[in-house]
Design a protein around this ligand. Structure first.
Ligand code: SAH
Ligand code: SF4
Length: 361
């Protein structure tokens, strides 16, 4: 096992400026990492060798390696990424909008992409429907390991540093259970001379640690939140997400009401639809009532089955009926199109598949 070195990507520009002398070298190193996607010191041509040797003793540049990659027919690419200690986690490159071309073949609108990042190896929350939960919890990712996912995926897709990208914290792990490193990563993403990804372009998805929603809100980083609600009564929600006992639906709704949101934006509520569990119109009715008074948007997600799960995927008809009920009662509601459905798209599924392949070998 290699020794785990912190990464230069763990530092805000201010911190890096305090670390290297003369200070303008920090700006140059930032440029190499976030504009040229340098993976190592060798690539940093205008940095003196003495400084590089000094830094290399303590810090690596990009702590990640691509271990496996699966590309879907819809342009979604799922990455299994290896950390310095050999542990693995996932990040996904999602094509949100196709490139628009006019009749002369000129590009009028570039394709739009979102990167889904992980915040932990494994997860402590233990949701009964989630494959990540099955492997238990291994460790938190550092801020640099979160930032490096975006750098690695942009580089692998030749996505220029000044092209916009959105980030969703919906990969492996519970972001608010790693709040310190999460907030540091959010800040590093925002650096003007780095990747320059504003808070508005970042969405933190949480299974609902209500006290941590408050803490994140107080930091006022301008990020959006998405709440993985999945159920409208506490009994079912506790069955699906055991820590609902400590952070029940009411406590989450109250925390959301206190969260600072951009007045033009809405809080996203994710609702994983499971056949015969929460796909009935009675649940839709309760959901409307629960979200009254909140500027909400509901995203319905088809449960994505995997071997050994007791749950089933809902029918398309029930999904649409559920959506129609919400829309008719004044809620904005979309059905998440199953991007990358042919490539083990739900969280934790590529990692699990790789484990199974290795067991077969
Ligand atoms: N821990 C955070 C963020 C990561 S989970 C959270 O729970 O919000 C990312 C998303 O994957 C969640 O919305 C979760 O509901 C969804 N997910 C997990 N297992 C799934 C499955 N089998 N099918 C479909 N979506 C799943
Ligand atoms: Fe963790 Fe999210 Fe999976 Fe629940 S759904 S176990 S919170 S990663």
């Amino acid at each position: 096992m290699s020794i785990l070195k912190p990464s230069l990507m763990d530092f805000t520009q201010k911190e890096l400026t305090a670390l290297v002398k003369p200070a303008f070298r920090a700006k140059q190193i930032y440029g190499w990492m976030y504009h040229h996607y340098a993976d190592n010191y060798e690539a940093m041509k205008n940095i003196p060798q003495s400084l590089k040797t000094e830094l290399e003793e303590k810090y690596c540049v990009n702590p990640l390696k691509i271990a496996r990659k699966e590309e879907s027919s819809d342009g979604t690419i799922k990455y299994l990424l290896e950390l310095q200690d050999g542990k693995t986690m996932e990040a996904v490159w999602i094509k949100m909008k196709e490139e628009q071309v006019d009749c002369n073949g000129e590009i009028t609108q570039e394709a739009k992409y979102t990167i889904c990042v992980s915040t932990q190896v494994g997860c402590k929350v233990g949701c009964t429907f989630c494959l990540t939960a099955k492997g238990g919890f291994t460790r938190d990712l550092s801020a640099g390991e979160i930032v490096a996912q975006v750098v690695t995926l942009k580089k692998d897709n030749n996505h220029k540093h000044n092209r916009m990208i959105n980030i969703v914290y919906m990969g492996m792990g519970e972001p608010l259970d790693n709040l310190t490193n999460l907030t540091k990563a959010i800040e590093i993403f925002q650096e003007d001379e780095g990747l320059c990804i504003s808070g508005k372009r970042q969405t933190v998805s949480t299974s609902g640690l209500s006290n941590k929603i408050d803490q994140l809100g107080k930091l006022d980083l301008g990020v959006h939140i998405a709440i993985s609600l999945h159920a409208v009564d506490d009994d079912l929600r506790t069955e699906l997400i055991p820590m609902n006992k400590a952070h029940n639906i009411n406590s989450i709704i109250e925390a959301v009401k206190r969260f600072p949101i951009d007045t033009r934006k809405r809080v996203m509520f994710e609702y994983l639809v499971i056949k015969n569990k929460n796909d009935d119109l009675g649940s839709a009715k309760k959901l409307v009532k629960l979200l009254t008074g909140i500027k909400a948007k509901v995203n319905l997600i088809y449960f994505n089955p995997y071997p050994g799960t007791p749950y089933d995927r809902p029918s398309r008809g029930d999904m649409i009926a559920f959506q129609e009920y919400l829309v008719q009662h004044g809620l904005l509601c979309t059905i998440r199109d199953s991007k990358g459905i042919d490539i083990s798209a739900a969280c934790g599924q590529l990692k699990e598949k790789t484990k199974q392949d290795e067991e077969i070998k």
